[in-house]
Design a protein around this ligand. Sequence first.
Ligand code: MD3
Ligand code: FE
Length: 203
Amino acid sequence: EPEAIGPGSFVLRGFALPYVDEILPAVAALERCSGFRNMITPGGFTMSVAMTNCGQFGWTTDRRGYRYTQIDPDTGQPWPLMPIAFMRLAQAAASAAGFADFVADACLLNRYLPGSRLSLHQDKNERDFAAPIVSVSLGMPAVFLFGGLDRTDKPARIPLMHGDVVVWGGVDRLRYHGVMPLKEKPHSLLGSQRLNLTFRKAD
Ligand code: MD3
Ligand code: FE
């Protein structure tokens, strides 16, 4: 039963649990090709969240700006292929939230360690704001900040746990959001980290 957190946003508690045994080895394999790295923002700050990507497009940032690329700038090679289990999970979650026929061409993987945070931002580097975004939380719990369309709107705090999936779309697609600094509460399977997989249609 999807739990609405906005007119176009739904939390699916535990939806990813049946996929975890396929996801974790797939992450281990893809990070051997394109490893997690702490990217640099256009303002010159090193992000506290470590990132990598799989799929046709990958999100990156450096001093020149935020963008999607087909080539991993660290390896000069295409990003690793999107594992079939990732595609199935993203499509099934979107469908359960009422977004039919979601085909992701980009998966951003975010690795949080204790203290890592994501400050309030909008996701607007994608070409098509009609497609939803599917986000999968694994490992340590986090407090997600769900703001409004204006940066100054007071964000709601939404706890996200291992296995939870959130689908964001429609009128919520451009809402500000972020993640509070991660507290250390070790997870039985993933230890002292949180992994977030964000599926998008970038192109
Ligand atoms: C709400 N990552 O990588 S996606 C990101 O937990 C990012 O690492 C989150 O925000 C994380 O950009 C999970 C959450 C998300 C994505 C798009 C949204 C929330 C959104 C668009 C509109 C509103
Ligand atoms: Fe975001």
